[in-house]
Ligand binder design. Structure first.
Ligand code: 3HC
Length: 384
């Protein structure tokens, strides 16, 4: 299938990510159905899309009218209606593996045989999800970043049986909606951008548990260092449930060091999920939280960078992606000024490895131990 044969997209899930993906497709000229399990979720998704499209229209960023774009979207609670004539399916439902598998199985009943199935999962095995279908060659990861409308990156993830034709079609599709695709050639938990940042969360919560600093003190430090959002602000923005489920998945698939902290577990249990519920680490009832930058300075932000660099080097060692692609993924997926390898170039590799060993001892986390080619210094050659 070539990309111009994709005329209709079906997006499952009208939540934080689903509605943004629908909006992008409609703005790019695709017909798109948006399905969720309750009418109120679908209505909320449509309202969020309209608000965003109106905002972009008012800024003169759209060539078409708001109504033309909205007119391409079919909101529905009926799975068969959403899926039946779609050429591409994008699943963006909650991060529960069995729920995703069941949903894909159900979609098999209604979808055309040539329809490409994709999952926007943040972390989970694409190969495993594909097994719920009869089209493992036409199944891949299509991972957007929040907010999809503003973030440039989309990771295109190859499962064990994904065909090259499917990968190429998806890469072209991503370009056709104005985004930058990065190919992830190995299906590892968290893919590239989320995987690189996962140990940072482990360190953040270890710091909280040790009483090193409060969320606001950490966020003030990061904002002062030039990050677009503080780390806890970003967790709230993404959704604490999404983050919790992701870390849990890493704890089962990579290392128990990723086991989510009690701090986040309690918030999820209380339904304090961040921006979408109005409360998480911050109060979002009046919009984005105001972080008091005078609270900066309690931590060294470089430590948070080092554990990310370490994970990036591990991905390189595993053959998941090139250093260049890993840098692009972090810059465009998280709006960072520099990628992990670009930062590593400016540091002394030996000192980086030493500090990682210290962090591993201080916080009793094996995952912070330096990656093989950091330990041996081999990575320095790659950086030249
Ligand atoms: N639609 C249209 N416009 C929007 C919008 C949307 N959905 N969201 C924000 N905007 C507009 C705002 O209204 C604002 O417009 P204005 O300048 O006219 O007032 C403009 O965008 C800028 O927004 P803000 O003033 O709120 O603030 P920022 O300048 O900080 O930009 C941001 C917002 C682009 C989100 C920036 O804070 C950022 O890059 N944050 C980091 C986001 C990030 O890291 N995302 C990845 C998360 S991980 C993930 O998604 C993976 C998944 O698997 C979990």
């Amino acid at each position: 299938m070539v990309v111009n044969k994709i005329k209709k997209v079906a997006v499952l899930g009208a939540g934080t990510m689903g509605h943004g993906i629908v909006e992008l497709c409609a703005m790019a000229g695709y017909k798109v159905s948006m399905r969720d399990v309750k009418q109120e979720f679908v209505d909320r998704g449509m309202k969020m899309i309209r608000d965003s499209v109106e905002k972009l229209h008012a800024k003169g960023k759209l060539k078409e009218s708001v109504e033309t774009i909205m007119g391409r979207i079919t909101p529905t609670v009926d799975l068969a209606t959403a899926v039946k004539d779609a050429d591409l399916l994008v699943e963006a439902i909650p991060e529960i593996f069995s729920l995703k598998q069941e949903t894909f199985k159900e979609c098999e009943k209604y979808a055309k045989p040539e329809c490409i199935f994709t999952s926007n999962t943040s972390t989970m095995s694409i190969t495993g999800l594909a097994k719920a279908t009869k089209r493992e060659d036409k199944f891949a990861g299509l991972h957007f970043f929040n907010p999809p409308v503003l973030m440039q990156l989309v990771e295109v993830i190859r499962g064990e049986k994904t065909s090259e034709e499917t990968m190429k079609t998806l890469v072209d599709f991503v370009k056709s909606i104005g985004k930058v695709p990065v190919r992830v050639e190995k299906d590892v938990p968290g893919f590239i951008a989320n995987r690189v940042t996962a140990p940072r969360s482990v360190l953040l919560f270890a710091m909280l548990e040790k009483g090193v600093a409060t969320p606001e003190e950490i966020d003030a430090t990061l904002k002062k260092a030039g990050y677009p959002m503080g780390a806890f602000e970003l967790l709230d923005y993404v959704g604490l449930d999404v983050h919790y489920n992701g870390q849990k998945y890493y704890s089962e698939t990579i290392s128990p060091d990723f086991t989510p902290s009690k701090i986040i577990e309690e918030k999820v249990k209380k339904g304090e999920l961040g921006a979408k519920t109005g409360k998480g680490f911050y109060d979002w009832s009046k919009g984005r939280p105001q972080i008091d930058l005078s609270k900066a300075g309690k931590i060294d932000p470089l430590d948070l960078v080092l554990v990310e660099i370490n994970e990036a080097v591990k991905l390189y060692d595993m053959g998941v992606a090139t250093p260049q692609d890993i840098d692009v993924a972090l810059k465009l997926g998280y709006n960072r000024a520099k990628g992990p390898f670009e930062i590593l170039k400016e540091l002394d590799v030996k000192k980086v490895a030493q500090r990682l060993e210290e962090l591993s001892k201080t916080y009793n986390k094996k995952i912070f131990m330096p990656a093989e080619s950091l330990k041996t210094g081999k990575i320095a050659k790659v950086l030249k």
